[in-house]
Design a protein around this ligand. Structure first.
Ligand code: PLP
Length: 428
């Protein structure tokens, strides 16, 4: 039997870092990544046959569990008809209708192939309709890896953005202003100074790429107000939160209507899909209706649409999201109790079907500075002990955890028993 360590060594020969997306590499965790063979329901099975209760869910899409029979069935039923036609297909309209029904702020939607494409295109649209270049994002919010968005500014609200990756031109990065998440004063001050140059604010309405940080009460509503006052576009990046925090996404949960919404992950049911949409007035500016160009050879791919439609349809079962949130609550309470009993300083935060664990003595974490001040070594030891016990958490202290409807009470109990051992081991 080939082990994960052997497969990783082989992968590193021709794949940079052995992975096709960096966070899979277990960097900083002092062990090689686990290579998975297959997945079913709440479980991943590695190449050595070991089972893990999975709280990553392919980074979000697997909200009803892995290898959902209805999603697989929908893909199978399309398979013999061919993989891609490069023409319109009726199933794209079914998908668009479904998204518009589930998320009322979306009247028109364009399908793309990833979350990155969705946010990149939404930014272009916002810049195109406003005729402005500057965009505002928040520190620790991740919106994919397009140049404008791969920027983390230095301190100070109005500092020009610095590229956080070599290869992002400084002349482009300077149009991206980065502010602290949950800091509405900084947003207001920024708009006072350069409001007439701001095309848009893009925000994760629940931040899930610096662990799990829900918005403070009023934060999202304030963003709406500031954008309205300055004719800027408000973009909710719901690639992670869409269909997860609530059926209508974080915008339904918090009662704030953005101008544009970016989707990904769940909308493709595990296939490579993204989408962006908004009112007919704003979306009519997209090519071929309007002058702002956006395109994709495989966009609206029929197999991907079939998977996404099957999954979204399942989420419409009454009570789905309440039950999911209840499971998250049970898990978080159980973890908190066990951490407290072991004397480990840890808190949990959650929103609907997503959650985060912070190794900190603070009572809450609201922004990037606080998230990165948490004890990364404690996370590493907890993660490693949980992995040994058969629980697969996100291999980074800065990623949210995801629950699925396939997680049974027994799976949660299994996780809590593992955590009890892991917390004890951390104190030894
Ligand atoms: N936006 C958010 C909030 C994300 O979490 C991600 C990916 O994790 C993206 C955008 C980028 O999506 P993708 O990896 O599909 O390009």
């Amino acid at each position: 039997m080939t082990t994960s360590a052997e497969l990783f060594a082989q992968a590193c020969r021709h794949i940079p870092g052995g992975v096709n997306s960096p966070v899979r590499a277990f960097k900083g965790l002092q062990r090689p990544p686990v290579f998975m063979e297959r997945a079913q329901g709440a479980y991943l099975f590695d190449v050595e046959g070991k089972r893990y209760v999975d709280y990553v869910g392919s980074w979000g899409p697997m909200i009803t569990g892995h290898a959902d029979p209805e999603v697989l069935g929908a893909v199978r039923s399309r398979l013999d008809g061919g993989l891609s036609f490069g023409t319109p297909t009726a199933i794209e309209t079914t998908m668009a209708d479904l998204i518009c029904e589930m998320i009322p702020s979306i009247e028109m939607v364009r399908m793309v192939n990833s979350g990155t494409e969705a946010t990149m295109s939404a930014i272009r649209l916002a810049r195109g309709v406003t005729g402005r270049d500057k965009i505002i994002k928040f520190e620790g919010n991740y919106h994919g890896h397009s140049d404008s968005l791969l920027v983390k500014a230095g301190s100070g609200a109005l500092t020009h953005g610095e590229p956080s990756s070599p290869g992002v031109p400084a002349s482009l990065a300077e149009h991206t202003v980065t502010l602290a998440y949950n800091d509405i004063d900084a947003v207001e001050q920024c708009f006072e100074e350069i409001g007439d140059q701001v095309a848009c604010i893009i925000v994760e309405p629940v931040a899930g790429n610096m662990n799990c940080i829900p918005p403070q009460p009023g934060f999202l509503k304030s963003l709406r107000r500031v954008c309205d006052a300055h004719d800027s576009v408000l973009i909710f990046d719901e690639v992670m939160t869409g269909f997860r925090v609530a059926m209508g996404g974080a915008q339904a949960h918090y009662g704030v209507r953005p101008d544009l919404t970016c989707l990904g992950k769940i909308v493709g049911g595990g296939m490579p899909v993204g989408a962006f949409g908004g009112s007919e007035a704003i979306m009519s500016n997209i090519s071929p209706l309007g002058p702002i160009y956006q395109a994709g050879t495989l966009s609206g791919n029929p197999l991907a649409m079939a998977a996404g439609i099957a999954l979204l349809t399942k989420l419409r079962e009454p009570g789905f999201h309440d039950a999911l949130a209840q499971r998250v609550e049970t898990l978080c309470h159980g973890l908190q109790e066990r951490a407290d009993a072991a004397g480990v300083e840890m808190i949990t935060q959650r929103a609907g079907g997503m959650f985060g664990l912070f190794f900190t003595g603070q009572s809450r974490v609201d922004n990037f500075a606080q998230a990165t001040a948490c004890d990364a070594d404690a996370f590493r030891r907890f993660f490693s002990a949980m992995l040994d016990e058969g629980v697969y958490l996100a291999p980074s202290a800065y990623e949210a955890g995801f629950m699925s409807s396939a997680h049974t009470p027994e799976d949660i109990q299994f996780t809590l028993d593992a955590a009890e051992k892991a917390f004890d081991a951390m104190q030894r």
